[in-house]
Design a binder for this molecule. Structure first.
Ligand code: ATP
Length: 286
């Protein structure tokens, strides 16, 4: 029997970095939502007690560095599972892009193997376990729209944003999250109003959501890579209702209510960026 699981990308409607903790992690506060750009995870039982990871994307590691591998290993170790699995990742989410592709793959493996191996664990249990793999994995286990605090592993559901188009554009540069944090000056950086974003979602107020998007890391990545600012300008010129970098970047997204404008922004970026997508927000947990 084969198990299929979708692993959707996320965008940050807001991302605030509060302070550096004694354990070296940064305390963050984020509002995240999943979009319908997704990897497809295929889980096939193996006779031998091994984990195999395969992908046709050359940027995706096929060993224990892969977060999907780590998710399977964690379940095996934690619940004493003596079974093998082949994990095939059809990679559709750009890699190292600020869209949590790796974390979402890991979350999909947790959900899928929970069914395949009949572990009967609750989503909350899987999310708690997922935090051991990476800060964004807990959110990705749930999907939908949420407020995440701590390192990102404390997740509370929020109402879905009103429907709109999301145009995603990733410049052809790689951004290391570590470098971005090393260059971050918390006094200098902009801090979004997370409370206002949460209220806007509760009110279903699209205008206020657009008025409150913000990302503390955006200025840092923009200083390192001028392409990020150029894409933002182009999206604004195309009539986007809101424009922001996701995560540590370099992907930039535009929220756009009008179909024609979304299409225009998409077309204008196609010549400039290799990876451009026009998607919808998934909104609620599936
Ligand atoms: P985040 O938004 O959580 O910071 P990201 O979207 O910036 O994540 P990923 O696409 O998850 O970044 O990949 C970051 C690095 O992790 C890659 O360079 C890759 O080497 C490694 N990696 C491990 N597992 C995966 C995976 N399943 N898919 C993609 N990259 C992975």
């Amino acid at each position: 029997m084969q198990m299929l699981e979708k692993a959707p990308a996320k965008i940050n409607l807001s991302l605030d970095v509060l302070y550096k903790r004694n354990d070296g992690f940064h305390e963050v506060e984020m509002v995240m939502t999943t979009v319908d750009l997704a990897d497809r995870i295929e889980l096939t039982p193996l006779k031998q007690n091994v984990i195999k990871v395969e992908s046709e994307n050359r940027f995706v590691p096929n060993d224990e560095r892969n977060l999907a591998y780590r998710a399977a290993k964690l379940l095996k170790d934690h619940y004493g599972v003596k079974k093998g699995v082949r994990i095939f990742i059809e990679k559709n989410i750009p890699v190292a892009a600020g869209l949590a592709g790796g974390s979402s793959d890991a979350a999909a493996v947790l959900r899928g193997l929970n069914r395949l191996w009949e572990l009967n664990r609750t989503t909350d249990e899987l999310a708690e376990l997922g935090a051991q793999i990476g800060s964004d994995v807990s959110f990705c286990v749930y999907g939908g729209t949420a407020h995440a605090t701590g390192r990102g592993e404390k997740v509370e559901a929020l109402p879905a944003p009103p429907p709109c188009w999301v145009v995603l554009a990733k410049p052809t540069i790689g951004v290391s999250t570590q470098t971005v944090y090393q260059n971050l000056d918390l006094q200098e950086a902009a801090h979004p109003n997370t409370e206002a974003m949460i209220q806007a979602l509760k009110d279903g107020d699209f205008k206020s959501i657009c008025g409150n998007v913000g990302n503390t890391l955006e200025g840092v990545t923009m200083n390192l890579h001028e392409e990020v600012g150029q894409i933002k300008d182009q999206m604004r010129q195309g009539g986007a209702d809101a424009v922001l970098m996701s995560g540590s970047g370099p992907t930039v997204f535009a929220l756009v209510e009008q179909d024609a404008r979304a299409q225009r922004i998409y077309n204008s970026l196609k010549g400039f960026c290799e990876e451009v997508y026009i998607v919808r927000m998934l909104g609620y947990r599936e």
